[in-house]
Design a protein around this ligand. Structure first.
Ligand code: V47
Length: 391
């Protein structure tokens, strides 16, 4: 125990970690030192998930105490037309294929209208990539959402979609981002990053932008004043070293821009994809991925346990393995349900609140930018806004 001033709690953590070969990493965690590539590999390889999780939980509680965030959101997957042919994806269709669809702006508006009775603060809008969709369509669907619910925050278009939108517009991405913002875009989701490794790209998503391109677009998004999330698709053919490298590249961009709000490990769901023979991650893999995200991404404020992919009980556990966010009510989801997710497509706000309480955490309803909308912790309730009862 070389740390001069440790609390009994820190000493217990240090003892647990040391007993499982993680003493040197625990000392760094307690001293708030940045972990290295080798530390990341050691944490992935260490068989004692409990010790790895305890280290991540220490960081999670240092940053957020017992708070666990959720939001009341709605997903809209505006088209499944896609020319990227990613081998892990069960959602994509080519025109004429059974189930292919593209919503009109009016249909997007109808989806928003259908939820007007619910206290939705965010629409999460992502889809396939189809070059024949005109640029005006993207502006129109943003305006359609705002025409029905002007105060809603639109988090839309992954870096992959933004790449195509700028190509379709035949304008620099910077100019396109300004036009999308003027039409209502509020922030950008984290998808499309997959695993940055060029080996994995060649094997599984070779028609999509590379890791370098994803990061370059994220940099421009942040420079345009938009916050974004970031992700890694795990549990398929990636190695431990490739995962650490992916997280390191996210961390380096975050040092530069500070624009990432939340990291979300996306658990691969194999069903109905070309990679249906790959078993996908276990619960242990999912909890470890959450913990590694929290420990390595020391400059990204939030780690999300996306319940749609992880399932509710694992998302609850993840709140003690580094996660401080569980996403939201969702309403209607296609990408993962086409790939065999058996979770519900919607949960009620009150259910989310109860799961978080049952996991021993304090629920905080946030908006997309983490302003507090409602909290069970009275001093966090927004000034001038009475805390509503959970409904
Ligand atoms: O980029 C595709 C992944 C992503 C599968 O920002 C799959 O808050 C698992 O962007 N199994 C899109 N994953 C989803 C996305 C997202 C989701 C949740 C929260 C946020 C956020 C963003 O879904 C894709 C791809 O990496 N994906 N197919 C599959 N079979």
């Amino acid at each position: 125990m070389s740390l001069a001033t440790t609390s009994p709690r820190d000493e217990r953590l240090l003892r647990l970690a040391s007993a499982h070969g993680l003493g040197a990493i625990a000392e760094k965690v307690l001293a708030r030192e940045r972990l290295t590539h080798d530390d990341g590999v050691a944490l992935y390889r260490n068989p004692h998930l409990h010790a790895v999780g305890a280290l991540a939980n220490h960081v999670r509680e240092r940053l957020h105490g017992d708070l666990a965030y959720f939001n009341v959101n709605q997903h809209v997957n505006y088209t499944n037309l896609c020319n990227k042919l990613c081998r892990f994806c069960a959602f994509q269709r080519l025109p004429g294929q059974a189930g292919a669809y593209q919503m009109t702006p009016e249909q997007v508006a109808d989806k928003i209208r259908a939820q007007l009775g619910e206290p939705v603060t965010e629409v999460h809008m992502v889809a396939g990539v189809w070059p024949k969709i005109p640029y005006s369509y993207y502006l129109d669907i943003l305006r359609a959402v705002k025409s029905v619910r002007p105060e809603i925050h639109i988090k839309a278009f992954t870096m992959v979609e933004l790449d195509q939108i700028a190509k379709t517009a035949k304008k620099p991405l910077e100019a396109v981002l300004e036009e999308l913002k003027a039409a209502g875009l509020g922030s950008v989701p984290g998808g499309g990053a997959e695993v940055f490794s060029e080996r994995i790209r060649q094997e599984t998503y070779h028609l999509k932008i590379s890791g370098d391109e994803w990061l370059a677009i994220a940099r421009k998004v942040h420079k345009a004043g938009l916050r974004s999330n970031c992700t890694m698709l795990h549990g398929h053919v990636e190695t431990v070293e490739e995962r650490v490298d992916h997280l390191d590249r996210l961390r380096r961009l975050q040092d530069e821009t500070g624009g990432f709000q939340t990291y979300i490990p996306l658990s691969f769901h194999p069903e109905n994809s070309e990679m249906a023979d790959v078993p996908g991650p276990t619960a242990v893999d999912e909890l470890r991925e959450i913990a590694l995200g929290r420990l390595l991404l020391d400059n990204i404020p939030h780690i999300k346990a996306y319940w749609i992919l992880m399932d509710i009980p694992i998302a609850q556990l993840a709140l003690s393995y580094g996660a401080d966010d569980v996403d939201g009510t969702v309403v209607e989801e296609h990408i993962y349900h086409d790939a065999g997710a058996t979770t519900p497509e919607v949960v009620k706000r009150a259910e989310l609140v109860q799961w978080i309480r049952d996991a021993g955490r304090i629920p905080v309803e946030r908006d997309t930018l983490y302003n507090v909308v409602w909290s069970a912790e009275p001093e966090l309730a927004p000034v001038g806004k009475p805390a509503p009862v959970a409904s």
